[in-house]
Design a protein around this ligand. Sequence first.
Ligand SMILES: Cc1ncc(COP(=O)(O)O)c(C=O)c1O
Length: 357
Amino acid sequence: MVQDESTRVRLGWPDTGAAELEEVREVLESGMLTMGPKVEEFEAGLARACEVEHALAVSSGTAALHLAVLAFGLEPGDEVLVPAYTFPATANVVALAGLRPVLVDVDPETMNIDPAKIEVGPRTKALLAVHLFGRPLRLHELPDVPLLEDAAGALGARYRGRACGSLGVAGCLSFHPRKIVTTGEGGAVTTNDAAFADQVRLLRNHGWRSLAPADMPVPGLNYRLSDILCAVGIPQLAHLDELLETRTQIAAGYSERLAHLPVLLPRADDGDVHGWQAYVIQVDDRDRVLTELRAQGIEAQIGTYSLPLLAAYRDQGEFPGARRVFERALALPFHTRLTEPELDRVAEALDKLVSRH
Ligand SMILES: Cc1ncc(COP(=O)(O)O)c(C=O)c1O
């Protein structure tokens, strides 16, 4: 069956419109395209949303992770624990900082790091843990190791009443288009530690403390986020609660429709708030289901990656939890413009594909 554009159910669709255009117009007319007032305004909104003292806007979630790891000030060869099932940037930044990412298997039910699998060694200096797809991790089960949160998909999520992004030494957000708030590309580091924030601020801007007189105490990078992109994020951030409410309703709409099927549905632990970056189920024979959905014009996608199955991390051994989730996870179309008929259509397609086997 050939699908035309109008009948395609899209995987993601950013919630951007007239308000974002107006904000961008203001920036373009001001002539102040970077390091201007929109950056500070966006950062203030992020700090409020994550309930932290400091938020530093940067050019991507990967840049946020890289700067957070660098700002930790670890020694070459020090070890950072990272989940074996995550977007590869989580581990890549550790390796690129001259440190050793030590993979930890994930719990196949939560898809987050499995606290029972964590082994703290003499060189373990930090735990870089992910709230995967927006599901808060089980902080109370983690060992007493400095925590960096990969909160790329967890803006708005809460662990036992506390905002994700405020739970460790620092949090890292992403504003990629499949995230609840998007700037096209973008990210941020959140922290309550003023010295850590200061270090990130230096590192994202070449290492400059001041230009006149020229003062560069450390070598840095250009990971700044322009005012144009911060402007895109400001109106969405102002409506974060509504965006999360809509995504929560859509997730509930899926969960009701799919409850009778032999699939594992995503949820948060009792007392937590899911950030609903994505709606990722687990299903047997995932590749067949994915291919069939796509053939019907339903843009599904795999969840994310099992790092030990990638050449860069193959030397770390076998991680059965990560392998299982990698083979079974299926991201369904998920965005605020998804309609009830589209939810019905995805659910009916899954009903036929999954209950047949
Ligand atoms: C868990 C996780 N960490 C890091 C990133 C990297 O973020 P970005 O694409 O903004 O660099 C992503 C992106 O999807 C992610 O899902």
